[in-house]
Design a protein around this ligand. Sequence first.
Ligand code: DAK
Length: 258
Amino acid sequence: MPYEFILTETRGRVALIRLNRSKQMNALNPKLMQELGQALDGYDADDGVGAIVITGNEKAFAAGADIAVMQNYSFMDVYKSNYITRDWEHIRNIRKPVIAAVAGYALGGGCELAMMCDIVIAAESAKFGQPEINLGTFPGAGGTQRLPRAVGKAKAMDLCLSARMMDAAEAERSGLVSRVVPSDKLMDEALAVAEKIASYSLPVAMMVKEAVNRAYETTLSEGVHFERRMFHATFGLDDQKEGMAAFVEKRKPVFKHR
Ligand code: DAK
């Protein structure tokens, strides 16, 4: 499907979505976010896809929501139309693993978009921040909630209140990103991780995602209970039989994603 602001392709069982407003540093306008939601929904429903990568270009993953579009909105405009929530919440409902491959700026809504993904892989050039306070507003797509969960209160307060940027090394040290790679290796690494994940049993990968996300929403004992039940559920899968039989027979498993 032709989109205006994103490029999409599949490579085997991996779907790649590239944000494509390079002149505007991939500023996230409503149409781009609509298209992103549409593409994500499509891949989530596609049995041939096991993992999704979202990336930008070498200068910017995304420099935030589109300030030029937002500047004249009134409270009623954003409140009544459910601005941001209506398009941005899509990604939270995607059940397959989503990887953000971040080079350059991931600021404001761009940082929030990366944090909505399941794994963030950063190029050495990556810069993260929540600089909305510069604009007389503050993070509105989860920045004040996901950032402290990822990096702790002290650093989240620092970033949101001072508007400073955090480089890739600091982001990795703080737990916002899972790995930092040389800039020219970013896509190879992100696609290799996605391919690896997509080679495993899809329902199991989906259950892992659901169980880890549960840790953010509930108490430890309820989370462990949820995990236990999901673990029990894997014993109803053909893929669990195949995975364990393959180990015992010293061969590679052939998962059927069921
Ligand atoms: N929006 C629109 N255009 C942007 C943009 C943005 N966020 N970021 C960059 N651009 C545009 C620039 O205006 C410029 O356009 P031209 O002048 O060429 O037409 C072009 O991209 C190149 O940018 P620069 O010339 O500034 O490039 P530099 O290398 O000098 O600087 C920069 C790069 C990323 C450091 C700088 O562009 C910058 O500071 N950008 C703004 C970063 C920012 O403040 N981001 C936060 C945006 S606010 C909500 C939920 C969420 C949000 C809002 C509401 N609700 C639930 C209601 C989210 C808000 C945000 O994300």
